[in-house]
Design a protein around this ligand. Sequence first.
Ligand code: NAG
Ligand code: NAG
Ligand code: NAG
Ligand code: NAG
Ligand code: NAG
Ligand code: NAG
Ligand code: NAG
Ligand code: NAG
Length: 401
Amino acid sequence: MYIPKILFLSLFQLILLHLHLLLPPAAADPLYQICGSTGNYTANSTYQSNLNLILSSLAANASGGGAGFSEGTTGQTPNQVSGLALCRGDVNASACGSCLRSGTSDVLNICPYDRGAVIWYDECLIRYSNQHFLSSTDNSQQVYMWNTQNITYKPNVFDEMVTWFINTTAHQAVYNMTRRFATAEANYTAHISLYGLVQCVPDFTPADCWQCLQGLIGEMPKWFNGKQGGRILGVWCNLRYEVYSFFAGAPSLRLVLPAVSAPAPAPVVHTPVFVPAREEGKKKNVTATVLAIALPLATALVLVSAICICFWRKRSAIKQPLLYETTAEEIRSVDSLLIDLPTLRAATGNFDEVNKLGEGGFGAVYKGILHDGHEIAVKRLSTSSFFSSSIPCPELLDSLL
Ligand SMILES: *[C@@H]1O[C@H](CO)[C@@H](O)[C@H](O)[C@H]1NC(C)=O
Ligand SMILES: *[C@@H]1O[C@H](CO)[C@@H](O)[C@H](O)[C@H]1NC(C)=O
Ligand SMILES: *[C@@H]1O[C@H](CO)[C@@H](O)[C@H](O)[C@H]1NC(C)=O
Ligand SMILES: *[C@@H]1O[C@H](CO)[C@@H](O)[C@H](O)[C@H]1NC(C)=O
Ligand SMILES: *[C@@H]1O[C@H](CO)[C@@H](O)[C@H](O)[C@H]1NC(C)=O
Ligand SMILES: *[C@@H]1O[C@H](CO)[C@@H](O)[C@H](O)[C@H]1NC(C)=O
Ligand SMILES: *[C@@H]1O[C@H](CO)[C@@H](O)[C@H](O)[C@H]1NC(C)=O
Ligand SMILES: *[C@@H]1O[C@H](CO)[C@@H](O)[C@H](O)[C@H]1NC(C)=O
């Protein structure tokens, strides 16, 4: 029973293979098209012959010479036709030509007798119109497409990275690439890579191209939140990103994504508490009691901590005076405790005996008044102590005095 089955399969495959060889390669389907709204032309009209003329010339000019781009106008008003053809920047001349040739014949069937149309393919774009769109930079005819798969690993971070990634690629395309086209690659995680592509028509000025791409980048958050890929197709510029490689050749940029910005502090969650009206008085009392206990406790804690920090700082300063200079973090936390010596001198009248409050185990305590009127008490370490004058440790005691 096996043999006939295998024979049947082989025969079937053979037929498929032959069909494949006999049929011309199927032209790629358009990604999208927008048929015009500027009226119809009639069969055999001057407009139609102008249109045919420009479409064939666009395809020939864009694929010849490796430009990948062509635009022009033919005929006289009211039968004048303007046209634009653009191939993706990484597509070679022969692939560009075949995309445009099949596209120009497709679009006449897809948008029959329309005076204008835009049609997007994966590898090329064709636009024509009876309007003079070539002199404008209006990119409002746009198509958004996205990969339906969501990114599961930190989608918010991913979105932020993608924006940075495409923006950086856009900067490269605009200012560093003569054809206003750039591709890029970056590692998001050890297992997820990012691939991006941005393009403007090559005859755009850097300023126009940058503005066009910024317009698209600004749209990204509206459409691509958490998506593994997305593209925005315009007439004058376009962009795309995916987590797989979709362009030919090596990327023009290999980027290292910026470090993830520090996570925002955990939001304060205000859990709504339902308190029945008749218990409100009771609740106030409870709150008052809690405050009565908690406030002094908290104050005491803060004071003890402050004193502990002062002691710790003194001790470690003596043992390891350079510790604070190792990281910015620690320098900052020390700064917030430190009032510099000149300020202390000014506040205490240069440690005037008049301001002396008493003598403690580590040295004398002086009363001082800061510029802002705060009363402080300053403990000056006894001069026999090694770090006495270089590391004063003021304790703000105005709450106690
Ligand atoms: C143009 O032709 C299409 C069909 O070919 C028709 O549906 C449409 O109404 C026409 N538009 C105008 C403005 O004549
Ligand atoms: C357009 O011209 C072709 C041949 O050139 C002809 O067969 C066709 O009937 C013409 N159509 C109209 C609407 O005149
Ligand atoms: C195509 O190139 C030819 C020869 O350089 C030129 O005359 C024609 O205007 C071009 N057409 C377009 C649409 O660019
Ligand atoms: C052009 O690119 C296509 C694939 O996109 C490839 O099959 C073809 O060999 C390339 N042609 C040349 C001349 O490099
Ligand atoms: C992706 O997430 C959206 C909502 O954020 C959800 O509607 C959609 O079904 C998800 N797609 C997949 C393939 O999981
Ligand atoms: C893109 O980068 C430019 C600087 O190169 C910056 O001004 C702009 O805000 C960035 N745009 C986004 C959406 O991040
Ligand atoms: C442009 O290229 C130069 C070197 O060719 C490089 O130093 C510079 O960073 C590039 N600029 C951008 C925006 O990529
Ligand atoms: C991504 O990581 C791989 C290996 O981990 C490395 O070979 C590759 O160069 C990296 N790509 C970029 C764009 O940094």
